[in-house]
Design a protein around this ligand. Structure first.
Ligand SMILES: [Fe+2]
Ligand SMILES: [Fe+2]
Length: 198
């Protein structure tokens, strides 16, 4: 981060605030998706693990909010509504197939979180903030890896056609969600129409 003039400092601060708010919204989107997954999972073991990860997301929300407040900003409690609905729609409507389907949707959310944190963590922020974002990226990578392992345990491992499709779907859906965030509601509606079960 450079500070050659007051204007640069203000611009840097505004960019940093926008980045942190973007990540906060990602987290706020994740929480209802967790609630939906926890409510729908049949396996108690899987549910309990998701409860643990949900607490980590709540910690992420607190840490990001504290950073925004330290910048003199107000953490906005408004999720990315289109993507939040999009993710919920995928989880609740789009995928028959029990716990596997829920984990499939979960994998894609965690993949998106991991990628987004990793992208932000690579930016030239102050070292303390980079360290925080890297820790969050590592948490998300752990959630993602756990979900892939759990799918392995349900017979959808990397060596199976379903397992390979899972990884592709995670990338496709995670990437799609990023695009939907970028283009907004019209994109959501088009995407939701494509994904609606027949
Ligand atoms: Fe998180
Ligand atoms: Fe996560």
């Amino acid at each position: 981060m450079h500070a050659s003039s007051d204007g640069d400092i203000v611009a840097d601060r505004a960019a940093l605030f926008a980045d942190l708010q973007d990540l906060l919204q990602l987290e706020q989107d994740a929480l209802p998706a967790y609630a939906a997954a926890i409510a729908a999972l049949r396996s108690r073991e899987l549910r309990e693990q998701l409860e643990v990860y949900r607490k980590e997301h709540e910690r992420h929300v607190k840490a990001l909010s504290a950073e925004i407040e330290a910048l003199g900003g107000i953490p906005l409690p408004v999720p990315h509504l289109p993507t939040g609905l999009f993710k919920l729609a995928v989880q609740l409507l789009g995928l028959p197939g029990g716990d596997r389907a829920i984990l499939l949707a979960f994998v894609s959310n965690e993949w998106q979180s991991r990628e987004k944190y990793a992208r932000y963590a690579a930016r030239p922020y102050p070292p303390r903030l980079s360290a925080l974002l890297n820790r969050h990226a590592e948490d998300e990578a752990r959630h993602y890896d756990w979900a892939l392992d759990a799918l392995e345990g349900l017979g959808c491992g990397a060596g199976t056609a379903v397992g390979q499709a899972t990884r592709l779907f995670a990338r496709f859906h995670g990437t799609t969600a990023d695009v939907v965030e970028a283009i907004g509601r019209s994109g959501l509606e088009a995407g939701a129409r494509l994904l609606r079960p027949r």
